[in-house]
Design a protein around this ligand. Structure first.
Ligand code: G1P
Length: 290
């Protein structure tokens, strides 16, 4: 049977963002900007660059603004047009996803990432889908989700983006039990969520980018609690191993953990340095604080 095309992405965005209080008291953490663009928009743009056409935001209370961010702001557009700000207007219009391409579901209860993905089950239906965790900001020449989409077409199954971390940090991530390490692609015989350091099967960890087959939903539906008492996506994915291809992909690029203050600040610097209009000023600033 030919592979189904990858057209759908789920973006879990129900988290409270307590690490960024008070900034996140009334604002969704995914609206925090890196330079001048909110995290959610980086994720949507990355997915669009991979050919994704339909988006499902898994939201919760106070997160409506994330969906509204992708609306057309008519008053703003009219004002920009009246003031002759053609460049800004064109940029806003280019950002707008196709009408009807964004939907949202509510998670209501914070039962974990696996539960959040299960909440999108009607959207996923019988199709393969990408997951993007907007806290993980990916600076890649080729969209990280596009790299995963290529690997999906190559392997015909589940693929997660992975990176090596120092041993003492493995307990913060989903960790791979490696069947065969072929360099770019790693076949997987097991997955463990946030293992104690001494029990971790490797130091290859999952980052917030996935392409999964819809069968994972059936496993998540059992609502079995894992690490931290939450329904873990990693546990649902582990159940697919042996029944479907499952690989880790060493993606090309850099990841910034923007759910963490230091990672968020580093991303500001890296993204400013990557912008020709800001790089000289940012270099001056860094010199002053060096
Ligand atoms: C989640 C996943 C974990 C993964 C991580 C990547 O953890 O559960 O497997 O390694 O994202 O960022 P969280 O950061 O939500 O605790």
């Amino acid at each position: 049977m030919p592979l189904k095309p990858l057209k759908k992405a789920v973006l879990p965005v129900a988290g409270l963002g307590t690490r960024f209080l008070p900034a996140t008291k009334t604002m969704a953490k995914e609206m925090l900007p890196i330079v001048d663009k909110p995290l959610i928009q980086y994720a949507v743009e990355e997915a669009r660059a991979a050919g994704i056409e339909q988006f499902c935001f898994v939201t919760g209370r106070g997160k409506t603004m994330l969906v509204e961010h992708f609306d057309i702001a008519y008053e703003l557009e009219r004002t920009l047009a009246e003031r002759g700000k053609e460049k800004e207007l064109a940029a806003l219009r280019a950002d707008a996803p196709a009408p009807g391409s964004i939907m949202s579901v509510r998670q209501q209860v914070p039962m974990g990432l696996g539960h959040a993905i299960w909440c999108a089950r009607a959207f996923i239906a019988d199709d393969p889908f990408a997951i993007l965790l907007p806290d993980d900001l990916m600076q890649c020449d080729v969209s990280c989700t596009a790299q995963l989409a290529d690997a999906y077409r190559e392997t015909g199954g589940n693929v997660v983006a992975i990176e090596e971390v120092p041993r003492e940090r493995v307990n913060r991530y989903g960790v791979l039990d490696v069947a065969e390490d072929r360099g770019r692609l790693v076949s997987v015989k097991g997955l463990v969520e946030k293992p104690p350091i001494e029990k971790a099967p490797s130091n290859l960890t999952i980052i917030g980018r996935y392409v999964l087959m819809p069968e994972v939903i059936g496993h998540l539906a059992r609502m079995e609690k894992g690490a931290g008492g939450e329904v873990q996506l990693t546990d649902g994915m582990a159940k697919l191993i042996g029944t479907q291809p499952f690989h880790g992909l060493r993606y090309e690029g850099r990841r910034f953990d923007c759910g963490d203050k230091a990672g968020f600040l580093e991303a500001q610097v890296a993204y400013a340095l990557a912008r020709p209009d800001l790089a000289p000023a940012m270099r001056d600033i860094l010199k002053r604080y060096g």
